[in-house]
Design a protein around this ligand. Structure first.
Ligand code: ADP
Length: 486
């Protein structure tokens, strides 16, 4: 019976106390005949305990207080009167009242503890079900495997099909994964390594599933492993999604490579005809220069200039397509050294523009060194190229740690960039200045972006027109110690 649903919140303690007293009265009356020597208040004590257990402390106290006059009237000599009991009976009544209060507190406490335990068991069961997890428990000493609630769905097995020993469990692991799983268990037992494995298993219906297991080893006082306990899940759906994602990624990479090869081939093949236009237009100018009228000479000049400019664009396109070396192995790169190498390459421009460059100590990153040198070169040369005519150029390079990444900043005090163009300037051949104002093709930042993204980072600019620009990019710190996963 659900005592918690009896009556309302206010009336429940009274109802439960009344029921408990009624039951106690009936029992006491029965014992009056069968066992007259039974102390008069014994069954009322049981009523107080019952009321407190099912109705809480209030019900227990009500049952105790209401039982006292009832017991006094009905069962204390002289019966059916409230006349003063003899001293022994009076002491019994007093003891009953005290014991009633004590039993009430005890019963209420027991109930509370039981409810707490029940609730936390329920919470655990719900959480495991929500996470698609099941609990397993391996008694290592007796080689007994126990699968907790919810594991049927994880194992795809019920009853006698469920493995009860470690050897039986291993038999269910796909033969190709068995050694790995066994090694993971041994590593957890012998070296206290975290037990975290994923393996394939065939369900009784013949379908192949992926499963995961994580666990902890429990040891006795001498450090001997006695028990392993953990959770497991069926991760087939996740594995399928991962495989699909990997396939998509590989396909994207293939398309990208094809596109790059196409751009490379186009740019490469375009160079030859462009060179011819450039050479022959120059030859024509040299041979006919004096005989041509000024307008025709200007036309020829345009042809030659256009061919040269297109040749530069094609070269830059080639530089862009070959900017990242897909095959290059990533290794720890000292960014301070890379930045100084970039500066060395730029020495003539630095002295020509009289730029003050400050490079603060930079971290090591996980990258390919020539790419990082190129990245610094592009950003620092831009910082000088887009200097302000009103102040001597200054460039500052520094780094800040942000989780597993480093954020490296290259800031200048140049002409700055209007926020409307902060995205656009990273596009291929995107520029904010005419070629005859400031030289360039708009490929430097596109290459910088490509390099950073190739290393899994991001690049962006913070700037206002007229007040300098700060380019920031993220790069991963080198991984710590080699990580082994079973
Ligand atoms: P390019 O310098 O050849 O034009 P980039 O791709 O390096 O090509 O730069 C694209 C555009 O971004 C530039 O045309 C310029 O307008 C702007 N820019 C790049 N760096 C800076 C800088 N440090 N300060 C101001 N503007 C910049």
């Amino acid at each position: 019976m659900a005592w918690e649903q009896l009556g309302s919140e206010r009336t429940r303690p009274f109802l439960i106390a009344a029921l408990a007293i009624a039951a106690a009265l009936a029992t006491r009356s029965l014992f009056d005949v069968l066992l007259p020597s039974l102390p008069p208040f014994a069954s009322f004590l049981a009523a107080a305990a019952f009321a407190a257990y099912y109705g809480g402390k209030r019900a227990g106290i009500i049952a105790t207080l209401a039982s006292a006059p009832l017991g006094w009237y009905l069962f204390l000599d002289p019966r059916f009167s409230f006349s003063k009991p003899n001293p022994i009976e009076a002491v019994r009544l007093g003891i009953f009242l005290l014991a009633g209060v004590g039993v009430t507190y005890l019963a209420a406490r027991v109930r509370h503890t039981q409810l707490e335990a029940h609730n936390s068991r329920q919470r655990l069961t719900l959480a495991l079900a929500a996470g698609g997890l099941g609990v397993w428990d391996w008694d290592i000493v007796n080689d007994q495997l126990v699968w907790g609630q919810g594991f049927d769905a994880v194992n795809g097995r019920t009853g006698h099909q469920t493995p009860r020993t470690f050897a039986a469990f291993l038999q269910l692991v796909h033969p190709d994964d068995r050694k790995r799983v066994e090694a993971a268990v041994l590593a957890a037992l012998d070296q206290d390594a975290p037990y975290d494995v994923e393996f394939r298993t065939t369900w009784p219906d013949g379908s192949l599933h992926w499963a995961s297991r994580r666990g902890t080893v429990v040891r006795d006082d001498s450090g001997r492993p006695v028990r392993m306990i953990g959770v497991g899940a069926d991760i087939t759906d996740r594995k399928k999604t991962e495989a699909a994602l990997l396939e998509n990624e590989a396909q994207l990479r293939r398309y990208n490579e094809q596109l790059e090869q196409f751009a490379y081939a186009a740019a490469h093949d375009l160079q030859e005809p462009l060179r011819s236009v450039s050479i022959y237009s120059e030859l024509l100018m040299r041979r006919l220069g004096s005989s041509l009228d000024p307008q025709n000479l200007e036309f020829l000049n345009h042809v030659n200039g256009g061919a040269r400019r297109m040749s530069t664009l094609v070269k830059d396109l080639l530089r862009y397509t070959t900017a990242v070396d897909q095959e290059a192995d990533l290794a720890p790169v000292d960014c301070t050294a890379a930045a100084h190498r970039a500066i060395q390459e730029l020495t003539p421009v630095i002295s020509q523009t009289n730029t003050a460059i400050q490079i603060q100590p930079l971290p090591e990153v996980h990258a390919f060194e020539p790419h990082i040198v190129q990245l610094f070169q592009n950003l620092i040369s831009n910082a000088m190229k887009y200097r302000s005519p009103h102040r001597p150029p200054e460039v500052r390079v520094w780094a800040e740690r942000c989780g597993a990444e480093w954020v490296i900043a290259v800031a200048d005090n140049g002409i700055g960039i209007h926020p409307d163009y902060h995205q656009r300037i990273f596009g291929v051949f995107k520029r904010l200045h005419r070629h005859d104002e400031i030289e360039g093709t708009g490929i430097g930042l596109a290459i910088a972006k490509r390099i950073v993204e190739h290393h899994g980072g991001r690049i962006w600019v913070e700037s206002q027109e007229g007040s300098g620009a700060c380019f920031r990019f993220t790069l991963r710190a080198p991984p710590p110690a080699p990580f082994q996963r079973y």
